[in-house]
Design a protein around this ligand. Structure first.
Ligand code: ADP
Ligand code: MG
Length: 280
C-alpha cells in the first residue's frame, strides 16, 4: 500500500462527458478508490440520477433516502447526507437517488440554479474538521443543469474518452459548453485531464484514438490508458470498485497507475488553475 503525493489544496474535479457509457462512473469509482487507498481523503459526489457510483461503493440510495438531491434543494448539508464507502475508510460518498431525475425541472427557476452544488460544497470545505484532498463529481451523460452545477462547483474537468470509432465526436460540443461556463459562470475552470478508457491493445483503432487525442491535447492526456476488462465491468454487480473486487487485475493496476499520475500532476494542475484565475 504505497502513498501518493497529496495536493497542497483540495482539488475539485468534475468527471464529465455528455456521451453515456464512456467510463465516467467507472473512472470516478476506481480513481477515487485508488487515491483513498493510497492515503488521500476523498469525497465522491454522485450527481447522476442512476446512482451507479453510489452502488459501487455499497451506499444505500433507494428513492427517498438522504442524497445529493436534498443538498441541491437546500434541505440538507453535505455533511448530513454523506456516508463512508464500505471498502474505503477515507472515502466519503454523497449518494444520488432516482429522485434527482426530477431536480433539473425543480431548480430551473431558482436564481442561483447553477451554483446550488457549489454553495453546498464551499460550506462543506470550509469545515475545519474535515479536510478533503480530492472532491470528485460523477456527472450524468448530458449537458443539462445538473452538469452545469458540477462545472460551477469544480476547479477542473476530467474527460474520459472511450477508445472507439466516434471517440472524438461530441468532444467539440463538450469543450464548447465548458468554454461558455468559463466565460460566464465559472471563470476559474480548466480542463485538466483527459484519459482514454476501454483501450484494447489488440486493435489499431485504440492506438489511433490515443494518438489523435495526444495530438490535440498533449499536455492534459494521461499516459496511462484503461484497458477493456471483464473484471472492471463485473465489479459493480458485486457492489465493489474494481480495485477491490479484482485487486491485482490489469484494470485495477491501470486505475492505480492513472490515479498516481493524477496525484503527481497536482501541483502543475493547481498552477494551471491559478493562471486561469489571473486571466493568464
Ligand atoms: P458512463 O458513466 O460514462 O456512462 P460507465 O462507467 O457506467 O460509463 O461504463 C459504461 C459500461 O461500460 C458499464 O457497464 C461499465 O461496467 C463498462 N465499462 C467501463 N469501463 C470499462 C472497461 N475498462 N472495461 C470493460 N467494461 C467497462
Ligand atoms: Mg455514469
Amino acid at each position: 500500500n504505497s502513498t501518493y503525493p497529496k495536493p497542497s489544496q483540495t482539488r475539485v474535479i468534475a468527471v464529465a462527458n455528455q456521451k453515456g457509457g464512456v467510463g465516467k462512473t467507472t473512472s470516478v469509482v476506481n480513481i477515487s478508490a485508488a487515491l483513498a487507498d493510497a492515503g488521500a481523503h476523498v469525497l465522491v459526489i454522485d450527481l447522476d440520477p442512476q446512482g451507479n457510483a453510489s452502488t459501487a461503493f455499497g451506499i444505500e440510495h433507494a428513492s427517498g433516502s438522504d442524497s445529493v438531491y436534498d443538498v441541491l434543494e437546500g434541505r440538507k448539508a453535505i455533511a448530513e447526507v454523506k456516508s463512508t464507502a464500505v471498502d474505503f475508510p477515507s472515502l466519503d460518498v454523497v449518494p444520488s437517488t432516482i429522485d434527482l431525475s426530477g431536480a433539473e425541472l425543480e431548480i430551473a427557476n431558482l436564481s442561483k440554479r447553477t451554483y446550488l452544488l457549489k454553495d453546498a460544497l464551499d460550506a462543506a470545505l470550509a469545515d475545519n474538521n474535515e479536510h478533503y484532498d480530492y472532491v470528485i463529481i460523477d456527472c450524468a451523460p448530458s449537458l443539462g443543469l445538473l452538469v452545469l452545477n458540477a462545472l460551477c462547483a469544480a476547479h477542473e474537468v476530467m474527460i474520459p474518452i472511450q477508445a472507439e470509432y466516434y471517440a472524438l465526436e461530441g468532444l467539440g460540443q463538450l469543450l464548447k459548453t465548458i468554454g461558455l461556463v468559463q466565460s460566464s459562470l465559472n471563470k476559474d475552470l480548466i480542463v485538466s485531464t483527459m484519459m482514454v478508457t476501454m483501450f484494447d491493445k489488440r486493435t489499431i483503432l485504440s492506438q489511433e484514438v490515443y494518438d489523435e487525442v495526444q495530438r490535440h491535447y498533449p499536455s492534459i492526456l494521461l499516459k496511462t490508458t484503461i484497458p477493456r476488462s471483464i473484471k472492471i465491468a463485473e465489479a459493480p454487480s458485486f457492489n465493489k470498485a474494481a480495485i477491490s473486487y479484482d485487486a491485482n487485475g490489469n484494470g485495477s493496476v491501470a486505475y492505480r497507475e492513472a490515479a498516481l499520475e493524477i496525484a503527481q500532476r497536482s501541483e502543475e494542475v493547481l498552477r494551471m488553475i491559478d493562471a486561469q484565475k489571473k486571466g493568464k
